[in-house]
Design a binder for this molecule. Structure first.
Ligand code: GDP
Ligand code: IMO
Ligand code: MG
Length: 430
């Protein structure tokens, strides 16, 4: 058996949902291990578009086991809304095909308040979060105050933990001149969902161990991307979890040795939603064209994504930090018809030249990209399903990317549709 982790290598929205959906044909178990419903993963299957936030992308295929691991922060109301939405599209979600880690932390309404307050306090340097309460929920988890799924089955523990949590947040609610959170209302809300949530709850680390012993293929579905990682990203303009493959182990309860292959999903150009540095950002007509052709609007918030040239320095960093074995290059078709393309191959910072993205906030904001220019192609790559259908210049672009990022292209995606995918090397074969 092989266990494959799929992660984003840029700032999210690289096309992870599409690639996980394609790969999940080969896997029996699909696991989310970090993030929450800040993620927005789009799948296009037989003309139907599914937008998933908290549910693993395995849910669209029958007979697959989907798991939400302990590393995910779960808003139960958002989860059930999402289940209703995809059920209306014909998917069948049950406690047998969707299991949730009993030790995962919950997102409560207070976390969304705190997300909003935090952004307000940051003023002009706000992060531009998805306002889903992700950061504050992780803060409570690390602060050892979180309410976890298993607490719903222990009413006395729950009531006393809610007391401590509300006492902690009362200070901030008061400072923000908001009314205190009503304990009875919060507990009623939790009681209303507890039986349903608990029906999905399992010690998923045991389920995963058994699956592994039964020689099943497991696919780990990352959310966000390496440059949004809490340690390795463009801090503080990041999300509040580790987004790299190492988190697949801690966020699910499997050993680090369980991963056989790490696939980095990589857009053929660069996008970012929210604030923060973006050296190759294009604010001109080309940037606008990429946004329009790539339909670059956030799946979760509908915000326009910022667009720019491919940054090979940043993706190489993601390859090294995340231990990527291969990448899936997506949205190549969006570059069709451009006379020439640019790839960032280094940065200039004052009188220095850098071959990596520095950690300092000022340095990140001021690096200037050094570009290499590459010939574009006029033929279309949209919907190509074999390598030989690709224009020679497009192949040259791919080869140059591989060279610069020091990692091979294992898959190529040429449209949002499941079938418009070229497999170069099967990650499940290691
Ligand atoms: P994720 O968050 O990484 O799963 O990515 P999103 O779903 O947020 O954004 C990727 C968008 O690009 C979605 O609308 C996909 O349907 C779409 N997409 C994925 N692969 C391709 C591709 O190869 N070509 C084009 N044109 N669109 C793609
Ligand atoms: P997927 O899985 C792109 C960004 C937000 C914001 C920052 C912090 O679809 O790739 P948060 O709400 O997490 O505290 O916001 O992270 N962000 C994403 N950007 N794709 C995502 O997920 C994202 N999830 C969070 O825009 O800049
Ligand atoms: Mg997305």
């Amino acid at each position: 058996m092989t266990h494959v982790a799929v992660i984003g290598s840029q700032w999210g929205d690289e096309g992870k949902g599409k690639v996980v959906d394609w790969l999940s044909e080969r896997a029996e178990v699909i696991v989310r291990f970090q993030g929450g419903h800040n993620a927005g993963h789009t799948l296009v299957v037989d003309g139907v578009t599914y937008k998933l936030s908290l549910l693993p992308s395995g849910v669209v295929r029958p007979n697959k086991l989907s798991i939400i691991g302990n590393g995910v922060v779960i808003d139960p109301h958002a989860l059930f809304n999402e289940i209703e939405r995809v059920s209306a599209q014909g998917l069948h979600i049950t406690p047998e095909n969707l299991m949730i880690a009993d030790n995962a932390a919950l997102i409560l309404p207070v976390h969304q308040h705190m997300d909003g307050i935090g952004e307000k306090l940051r003023g002009a340097s706000k992060i531009g979060t998805t306002n889903r309460g992700i950061g504050p929920a992780y803060e409570d988890k690390i602060g050892r105050r979180a309410i976890r799924v298993c607490d719903l089955g222990e009413p006395e523990v729950l009531a006393s933990k809610v007391d401590s949590l509300l006492a902690y947040h009362a200070v901030m609610m008061d400072y923000a001149e908001l009314p205190p959170i009503n304990k009875a209302e919060l507990l009623d809300g939790l009681r209303s969902i507890s039986a349903r949530l608990l029906s999905h709850a399992r010690p998923v680390w045991r389920v995963l161990r058994q699956a592994s012993m039964d020689r099943k293929h497991i696919l780990f579905e990352g959310a966000q991307g390496t440059m949004l990682d809490i340690d390795h990203g463009t801090y503080p303009f990041v999300t509040s979890s580790n987004t790299i493959a190492g988190c697949a182990a801690t966020g699910s309860g499997m050993g680090v040795g369980a991963l056989n292959y790490v696939l980095g999903i990589t857009k053929a150009y660069t996008t970012r939603v929210g604030s923060g540095p973006f050296p190759t950002e294009l604010t001109d007509d080309i940037g606008k064209r990429l946004g329009e052709r790539g339909h670059e609007f956030g799946t979760v918030t509908g915000r326009a994504r910022r667009c720019g040239w491919f940054d090979a320095v940043m993706v190489r960093q993601a390859v090294h930090i995340g231990g990527l074995n291969g990448i899936a290059l997506t949205k190549l078709d969006v570059l069709d018809g451009l006379d020439e393309l640019r790839i960032c191959v280094g940065y200039r910072l004052g009188d220095r030249t850098l071959d990596y993205f520095p950690a300092g906030q000022n340095a990140q904001a001021h690096v200037e990209p050094i570009y290499e220019t590459i010939e574009g192609w006029s033929d279309t790559t949209h919907g190509c399903r074999t390598w030989k259908d690709l224009p020679a210049a497009a192949i040259k672009y791919i080869r140059r990317i591989e060279e610069l990022i020091e990692c091979p292209v294992a898959m190529l995606s040429t449209s949002p549709k499941r079938e418009d995918t070229i497999l170069v090397r099967d990650p499940f074969l290691g």
